[in-house]
Design a protein around this ligand. Structure first.
Ligand code: DGL
Length: 265
């Protein structure tokens, strides 16, 4: 089916999911919406995040999408069940795929989760992990300073290493063997996290798992596009284009084409 997949994020971070989607499903068209005018979501209340997410979905539905990916961990953790109740279209979040992989990966049943404040405060990761296996111990850490550092292109600066060490050092004491990267921006800091925690701790980057889940859903629903005809992704943002264009390359690994600004969603 030739209709596009809709993806939204609070801003630019959801492009980590888009990158995996393009890799796994090259025949699919993607319409992306990055809410750059209202980013960050990670410090906002649940009520506000739900409202923004509903608006973003309504915008994507106007683009005639066949499924919607909530590529933002904060929006997925605060709003996914509510969104699913409101719309008939398949809606896929980024929390469950990462959780499944982490539970599969852990040997000592000690899992760390790093994410925005809103995601950590929602306790979504912890609740869902415990629901699957109540004997697993979950250690949470909000890392609010990491998102702006990545967006500044500072992933490999010493300041970033120092701040990440401050957040991650307590995990050494809690002896986790698996760490869930519960935020769109953290895959770009993998090498920093590895340096701090060592190679013994497995880092779970859910973007690839999310792409697999989308493929599964599209297959089950008979919505896969089997022919590579006119695949032209479109990227919408709610604020100015230049900064997005510049940072997008870091996330997507390629220049972004077809970038448009929308005035209101
Ligand atoms: N996209 C958000 C997330 O994955 C990070 C940026 C924000 O705080 O909005 O949690």
């Amino acid at each position: 089916m030739n209709r596009p997949i809709g993806v939204f994020d609070s801003g630019i971070g959801g492009l980590t999911v888009v990158k995996e989607l393009i890799r796994l499903l090259p025949n699919e068209k993607i319409v992306y919406f990055g809410d750059t005018a209202r980013v960050p979501y990670g410090i906002k209340s649940k009520q506000t995040i739900v409202k923004f997410s509903l608006e973003n979905i309504l915008f994507l539905l106007k683009q005639d999408v066949k499924t919607i990916v909530v590529a933002c961990n904060t929006a997925s953790s605060a709003a996914l069940p509510i969104l699913k109740r409101h719309f008939k279209i398949p809606i896929i979040g980024v929390i469950t795929p990462g959780i499944k992989e982490a539970i599969y990966a852990t040997r000592n049943k000690r899992i760390g989760v790093i994410a925005t404040k809103a995601t950590i405060n929602s306790h979504t990761y912890e609740r869902q992990i415990k629901r699957i296996n109540s004997s697993i111990k979950v250690f949470n850490q909000a890392c609010p300073l990491l998102v702006p550092l990545v967006e500044e292109g500072w992933a490999h600066q010493k300041a970033t290493y120092d701040i990440a060490s401050f957040y991650l050092n307590p995990f050494k004491k809690s002896k986790i063997d698996t760490l869930i990267l519960g935020c769109t921006h953290y895959p770009l800091l993998k090498s920093v996290f590895k340096q701090i925690l060592g190679s013994r701790v497995r880092l779970i980057d859910s973007a690839r798992q999310v792409a697999f889940q989308i493929k599964e859903v599209l297959t089950d629903e008979g919505l896969l596009n089997n022919k590579k005809v006119g695949v032209r992704h479109i990227f919408y943002v709610s604020d100015e284009l230049q900064q997005f264009k510049k940072v997008a390359k870091i996330f997507l690994g390629q220049d972004i084409k077809n970038l448009r600004k929308v005035n209101s969603v």
